[in-house]
Design a protein. Structure first.
Length: 132
């Protein structure tokens, strides 16, 4: 079985009760508020919605249309993305859909923005592109 971002995160949650992934450099400007898409390492489609000015925090929604950790069902993480210097870390609880079966521990995912390519790379190395 391939390890995917959501399967890795869930495995870490189940193994140690929580997971914090190291964030990487991020441009903290509000220009990152947008809808971003990517293809997960298992081939499933992912969407990241970022809203807000980016001053201290963003509102973020991370969707995976076929998460390994949810036995192939869709998964969602909703939570704030906290800005610390040039880093943003999204914190939230993973929920399998439909039905909203949540994992008990919160997790964190770090993101890095590359202005040269206008892409976002998450802590798992997955590259995200603007949907528009």
């Amino acid at each position: 079985m391939k390890k995917t971002p959501l399967s890795i995160a869930a495995g870490a949650i189940l193994a140690c009760g929580s997971v914090i992934l190291a964030p990487t450099a991020w441009a903290a400007g509000g220009g990152l508020a947008d809808t971003w898409t990517s293809v997960d390492t298992d081939g499933s489609a992912q969407t990241l919605s970022i809203t807000g000015s980016g001053g201290k925090a963003y509102a973020m929604v991370y969707d995976d249309d076929s998460a390994t950790v949810c036995n192939g069902a869709p998964a969602r993480i909703v939570g704030p993305g906290f800005v610390d210097g040039s880093d943003v870390v999204m914190e939230g609880t993973l929920v399998c859909l439909p039905g909203g079966n949540p994992f008990r521990s919160r997790l964190a995912i770090g993101f890095r923005y590359d202005a040269g390519t206008d892409t976002v790379t998450d802590s798992f190395g997955v590259v995200w592109h603007r949907a528009g």
